[in-house]
Design a protein around this ligand. Structure first.
Ligand SMILES: *Cc1c(COP(=O)(O)O)cnc(C)c1O
Length: 364
């Protein structure tokens, strides 16, 4: 029987990098620091340098990074977080855990990113933070969002979980707003061998708050100076793995972008491949918009190609809290949720696998 083209295959990178990864684990065993030791400190410094921020604060996951970032940036007297509803629910989960109210804004039909014009309509004096998600690997226009928010005293933060390494004329993602959250979940462009996350910022005040919040709210050992803290640390072993992998990131981002460009060049009727051109896109996910998604999916499956949907349910329609959003209407977000389909795209895909996806698109 024919082999499936998988959505991802973590074993390939682990096999290729086996010796280096074992070296990283050994360094940790040799040092016997298991949390917040030398690998952790070096990783924070290297991430800050990669992103072009003065500080990086490592935490236990991307969702924790979002939550602590929201807590650290929400201006006092405000309680509303504004975000797009098509980004998988992570910001929603984080904001709700932080005790904030979430308000949604529709996205642009071409880019699937926050629409700055739509944003204007949902801002008021309760809104404290707007989260800009660089969805699918594409750097969003942070400057346009800041231009709308800053005169109103609203902070802008970035969700870079899908876009680490992306850069635009304004600089790398993660350096262009008040703070930025990253995830090192294993399937992200920079993945750990387990969970991990970080927040970058160039505000010393925000960095100090983040360092307190990730450790019980401590401003000194056993002294709780910041309310709302928790325990969210990045393991030393994961920091060592991430340091091993970080030098490979830019070539892997290039490989991912190349795969999406191949799909875009082939195309198919009734299918729009979202483009991934230039340094402003790191090819995290190969997403297409299909007039008839079920038919395209079936066709690809008949060619043994796996697909997925990122994401099938907009946040405001999620079962756990849709009652709160019964009168919210986001026409672009809602219509795209029924048409988007994700094709395989990961740095270790073989040329033969990429060809097979292209052939299947061509015969659709
Ligand atoms: C993966 C992801 C997160 C959450 O990261 P975890 O490490 O899984 O908690 C947040 N935002 C986006 C856009 C993501 O893709």
């Amino acid at each position: 029987m024919q082999q499936w083209v998988p959505m991802n295959d973590l074993s390939r990178a682990i096999t290729e990098q086996r010796a280096a990864l074992e070296g990283a684990w050994s360094r940790v065993l040799d040092s016997s620091y298991v949390v917040m030791g030398p690998e952790h400190a070096a990783f924070e410094a290297e991430l800050a340098a990669l992103v072009g921020a003065t500080d990086a604060v490592a935490v236990a996951s991307g969702t924790d990074a979002l939550e602590l970032m929201l807590r650290a940036t929400m201006p006092s007297g405000r309680d509303v977080v504004v975000t797009a509803a098509n980004c998988g629910g992570y910001t929603t989960t984080a904001a709700r855990r932080g005790g904030f109210t979430v308000r949604y804004v529709d996205v642009d039909v071409e880019t699937h990113l926050v629409d700055p014009d739509a944003l204007l309509k949902v801002l008021d004096e309760r809104v404290g933070v707007v989260v800009v998600t660089h969805l699918y690997g594409r750097a969003a226009d942070v400057a346009a969002v800041r231009a709308v928010c800053e005169p109103r005293g609203i902070r802008v933060v970035e969700d870079c979980a899908q876009a680490i390494g992306a850069r635009t004329d304004e600089g790398p993602v993660g350096s262009r707003a008040d703070a930025a959250a990253f995830s090192f979940y294993p399937t992200k462009n920079l993945g750990a061998l387990g969970d991990g996350g970080a927040v970058t910022t160039s505000s010393e005040e925000i960095a100090v708050r983040l360092r307190a919040l990730r450790q019980y709210g401590w401003d000194a050992k056993y002294r709780i100076g910041v309310d709302g803290g928790r325990n969210s640390r990045l393991d030393e072993a994961q920091a060592a793995v991430l340091r091993t992998r970080m030098p490979l990131l830019s070539a892997q981002n290039e490989a991912r972008r190349g795969i999406i460009q191949r799909y875009a060049a082939v195309g198919a009727s009734g299918v729009r491949v979202l483009p991934a051109e230039g340094a402003g896109h790191v090819g995290h996910l190969a997403v297409v918009v299909a007039d008839d998604r079920a038919r395209l999916r079936e066709h690809l499956e008949s060619h043994f190609i796996r697909t997925d949907v990122h994401y099938p349910v907009p946040d405001h329609e999620q079962g756990a809290f849709r009652d709160e959003y019964a009168d919210v209407c986001l026409p672009v977000t809602e219509s795209l949720a029924d048409k988007i389909l994700t094709l395989p795209c990961f740095a270790e895909m073989t040329p033969d696998e990429v060809d097979r996806v292209c052939d299947a698109l061509a015969s659709y």
